[in-house]
Design a protein around this ligand. Structure first.
Ligand SMILES: CC(C)(COP(=O)(O)OP(=O)(O)OC[C@H]1O[C@@H](n2cnc3c(N)ncnc32)[C@H](O)[C@@H]1OP(=O)(O)O)[C@@H](O)C(=O)NCCC(=O)NCCS
Length: 191
C-alpha cells in the first residue's frame, strides 16, 4: 500500500520544510561530509553526485519524504521520513506501508538551536496527521546524545538498547538505541 502524498511546504518554528532542488543539495554538501556530521552516521562520507541523485530520486518516490529545512533562504538541515511495511500477518494488509523511519541532519554551524527537534516534530505530524501511519521509529548510536535527546523531547520511547549491536568504523562494536512512537501516543502528546 502506498502512503498518501504529502503537502509541502510545511512550516515549523522559523523553518520552511520542502523537497530539495539541486541547488539546495549543493548547499547541504558544503557541510554534509564534515567529521562532526559524519561521526555518528551510518552512511558516513558521501560522493557528491550520488548524494544529489539519491535525494532527487527520493523526491519522485511517494514513500520517501525527503526535505530540506530553509531558514532565511539558507538550507540549514535535512529531514527524512521513509514509509515502509510494519510487521504483520499475511491475512490482512493493515501493516503494509504502516511505519515511518525518521532521520535528520543539521549544519553544525546551526546545531543546538532546536532545529532537529523542530524538523522531527514536523515529520511526526506529517506521519500521523497526513499520512496516517501507525508507528514511527528511528535509530542512533547510544553515544549520539543529541540525537536521542531530540527523540525523547518529542515523546518517543526507547524501545531497544542494543548491546554492542552497532558497528562504528573507529570504535568497533558499540551500543545502539531504537526509539518509536505510535499514532495514539503522538495524538495524546499534542492534545
Ligand atoms: C544530532 C543533531 C541532529 C541534533 O541537532 P540539533 O538541531 O543540534 O538538536 P536540537 O537543538 O533540536 O536538540 C538537541 C538536544 O540534544 C542536546 N545536545 C546537543 N549536543 C549534545 C551533546 N553533545 N551531548 C548531550 N546532549 C546534547 C541539546 O542540549 C538538546 O537537548 P535539550 O533541549 O534537552 O538541551 C545534529 O547534531 C546533527 O545533525 N548531528 C550530525 C548528524 C546526526 O548525528 N544525525 C542523527 C543521526 S541518528
Amino acid at each position: 500500500m502506498t502512503a498518501p502524498s504529502a503537502t509541502w511546504p510545511r512550516r515549523v518554528g522559523g523553518l520552511e520544510l520542502r523537497p530539495p532542488t539541486r541547488d539546495d543539495l549543493e548547499q547541504v554538501l558544503v557541510w554534509r561530509n564534515r567529521p562532526e556530521v559524519t561521526r555518528w552516521l551510518l552512511r558516513t562520507t558521501v560522493e557528491p553526485e550520488a548524494f544529489v541523485k539519491a535525494w532527487l530520486d527520493a523526491v519522485e518516490d511517494p514513500d520517501q519524504h525527503a526535505v530540506v529545512a530553509v531558514l532565511d533562504g539558507r538550507v540549514v538541515a535535512t529531514g527524512s521520513l521513509d514509509v515502509h511495511d510494519g510487521m504483520g500477518q499475511f491475512d490482512g494488509d493493515e501493516w503494509r506501508g504502516s511505519e515511518g523511519l525518521l532521520g535528520y541532519l543539521v549544519d553544525p554551524a546551526c546545531a543546538g538551536r532546536g532545529f532537529a527537534t523542530d524538523i522531527a516534530r514536523a515529520l511526526l505530524d506529517l506521519a500521523f496527521t497526513e499520512l496516517e501511519l501507525h508507528r514511527v521509529t528511528a535509530g542512533c548510536f547510544a553515544d549520539n546524545h543529541a540525537s536521542w535527546r531530540v527523540m525523547e523531547k518529542l515523546g518517543m520511547r526507547r524501545e531497544q538498547h542494543g548491546v554492542r549491536d552497532s558497528w562504528h568504523a573507529e570504535l568497533g562494536w558499540i551500543d545502539g538505541y531504537t526509539y518509536a512512537i505510535l499514532a495514539e501516543e503522538w495524538a495524546s502528546s499534542v492534545a
